[in-house]
Design a protein around this ligand. Structure first.
Ligand code: SAM
Length: 280
């Protein structure tokens, strides 16, 4: 059953981290003219209203993009991310939040390919009407874990894969590992970006170490903790992004980003970040 709807969470602190990293990775890929393929295995609807009942119910964006929108001291990489959110809101006020497919649409070049998987029928329909007819893009109402292997390797042997599941049950953690193992066997040099929630589950705590063990040629792990779990241990304390085969520039770029995000997005005194990597 697909109960998760990203519309409730669009623009929150986790989206800020994930989409800042995605923007940096795509900027790096764009430095070479050779085309690449971006596969988004869990694409969501592509864009979300920040004024609709879903977003307003929890107001999560207010603790995310809402805290960044008017800042005039943004580090370069965060400024680029916020500029993309502004580009998505040409009216000048934050009314819509771009999902990962929209960031891709803004950043990919004419020669690049976008492959989007979304299982939820409603979000798929919204995504298909937004990007289904865009040249170079394909939108599939299919399981992204399953579908990824059919997209690898890209013919140019340049590619980025975003794996951003909803982790509704416990199964997604194991599926991330199994999917990556198969994907790496087909396309070892791809750049793989995995998002995960910082929640009190053994599977979530273990995921970064399990991903390290898979990484053939280097990895980077960035985690941003912004709030305390509630008294029962529930709630999203923060989130992490784990990149296999990261751009060599990413670590230094995030050194400027992570302390800033702690300062601006942190909701308690213990807010912190972790940035670790292994370069080969
Ligand atoms: N990547 C999006 C972004 O950054 O804007 C957000 C994606 S949201 C965290 C996860 C999405 O995955 C949901 O829209 C959910 O319906 C979808 N989903 C869940 N299981 C899936 C699967 N096996 N294959 C494809 N999509 C799935």
């Amino acid at each position: 059953m697909l109960a998760y709807r990203h519309a409730f969470h669009a623009g929150n602190h986790a989206d800020v981290l994930k989409h800042t990293v995605l923007t940096l990775v795509l900027r790096y890929m764009n430095q070479k003219a050779k085309p690449y393929r971006l596969v988004d295995t869990h694409a969501g609807a592509g864009g979300y209203s920040l004024e609709g009942r879903y977003a307003l119910k929890k107001g999560e964006f207010e603790q995310g993009i809402g805290r960044l929108w008017d800042r005039d001291d943004l580090p370069e990489a965060v400024a680029d991310y916020v500029a993309r959110v502004r580009e998505f809101n040409p009216q000048g006020t934050p009314e819509q939040y771009p999902g990962s497919p929209a960031f891709a649409q803004m950043l990919l070049r004419a020669q690049d390919q976008l492959r989007l998987f979304e299982l939820h029928p409603t979000d798929y329909r919204i995504l298909e009407s937004y990007l289904g007819k865009v040249k170079g893009a394909e939108v599939k109402n299919a399981d992204g874990f399953e579908g990824l292997k059919g997209q690898l390797p890209p013919s140019t042997r340049r590619g980025v894969v975003l794996i951003d599941p909803s982790y509704e049950g416990h199964g997604d953690y194991a599926r991330v590992i199994a999917t990556l193992r198969e994907a790496l066997a087909r396309f070892a040099e791809g750049v793989y970006v995995v998002w995960y929630p910082q929640v009190q589950k053994v599977e979530a705590a273990e995921l970064p170490r399990r991903l390290q063990a898979l990484a053939p040629k280097g990895w980077l792990h960035a985690r941003l903790t912004v709030q305390e779990p509630d008294s029962q241990g529930f709630g999203l304390a923060g989130s992490g992004v784990f990149i296999l085969n990261p751009p060599y520039t990413l670590h230094d770029e995030l050194l400027a980003v992570m302390p800033y995000l702690v300062d601006v997005l942190g909701q308690f005194d213990g807010a912190n970040y972790l940035l670790e990597h292994r370069a080969d």
